[in-house]
Ligand binder design. Structure first.
Ligand SMILES: Nc1ncnc2c1ncn2[C@@H]1O[C@H](COP(=O)(O)OP(=O)(O)OP(=O)(O)O)[C@@H](O)[C@H]1O
Ligand SMILES: [Mg+2]
Length: 267
């Protein structure tokens, strides 16, 4: 299992009486586009929060294998430490600085990666001009990659849904991650924006070599993008397989018909 980037074993996460993750075991291969699907409340975002150090499961283990095969035990580690080990994410609800421009939003991510974030800058005094140029160049490059060059000076609040979603991906990439976790990256977008996002996510893996973990309610998008999927229901993994296997799995069909999430198409 040397190609594993995330190794999740027997993870249980509870909030009082609510079991958000129930004995979850799964693995994510380096370079893979993997998806986690399941009805509303199944535990998908809880899984992301556990993988990124935001939630602390009571049981089980989560190992992230980062740069130079360095293993990091995620549970008990602070979220910013997990992030600097090489795990980036986007959020289900947009967390953009809406009064800042697209350029500024990405640049904040790039600067944090160089270790002089907001607090660092205050403690350390002004950054060197070289540092500034470095993150400027990276920001320009990332905006070009996601197709937002001509929107660089537009404030985030004025961007379309699809543009905002692409900007979030650029921000995630600014930390130079090994793996990017995308929580419903196409939520709220129209069909043509969904196609653009599908192509962009595939390019992130193909051209940048970043491993992708994806939560998505849009079945068309997720089935065309994911190489393998896990299905969660009530906190438990109920199925694993290729898109073809998942589509034909009666347990999965049952879970979705029970919740009618296929028709709802998102939260
Ligand atoms: N911080 C929290 N405190 C209490 N309960 C929580 C917390 N986070 C998640 N839960 C509960 O865990 C369960 C799984 O929620 P989660 O957000 O992971 O589902 P999801 O699969 O992402 O759903 P959706 O598709 O609606 O985004 C729900 O019952 C939810 O109420
Ligand atoms: Mg969620």
């Amino acid at each position: 299992m040397s190609d594993v980037i995330f190794d999740v074993r027997d993870v249980t996460l509870r909030f009082g009486g609510v079991v958000s993750l129930n004995d979850v075991t799964l693995h994510h291969l380096r370079g893979e586009i993997l998806a986690v699907i399941g009805p509303n409340g199944a535990g998908k975002t809880s899984l992301f929060n556990s993988l990124t150090g935001v939630y602390q499961p009571q049981e089980g283990s989560i190992t992230f294998v980062g740069r130079n095969e360095k293993s990091v035990s995620v549970i008990g580690r602070k979220a910013h430490r997990v992030a600097s080990a090489g795990v980036a994410r986007t959020f289900q609800a947009s967390r953009m600085f809406s009064a800042l421009t697209a350029f500024e939003n990405v640049k904040i991510g790039a600067e944090n990666h160089h270790g002089f974030g907001v607090v660092g800058a205050m403690l350390r005094g002004p950054r060197t001009r070289r540092d500034d140029r470095l993150s400027d160049e990276r920001t320009v490059e990332l905006l070009r990659f996601v197709g937002l060059t001509d929107r660089a000076n537009t404030i985030a609040a004025s961007l379309s849904y699809g543009e905002r979603r692409r900007l979030e991906i650029a921000r995630g990439l600014a930390t130079n991650p090994q793996v990017l976790l995308l929580d419903e990256p196409a939520a709220g977008t129209n069909p043509s924006e969904k196609v653009e996002l599908t192509n962009l996510i595939r390019r992130v893996r193909d051209e940048m070599g970043v491993t992708i973990l994806l939560i998505e309610h849009d079945m068309k998008l997720v089935m065309s993008l994911a190489e393998r999927l896990y299905v969660l229901n009530f906190g438990s993994v109920i199925a694993e397989g290729t898109p073809e296997e998942i589509r034909a799995n009666p347990v999965v069909i049952e879970a979705y018909l029970g919740s009618s999430a296929t028709q709802a198409g998102g939260s």
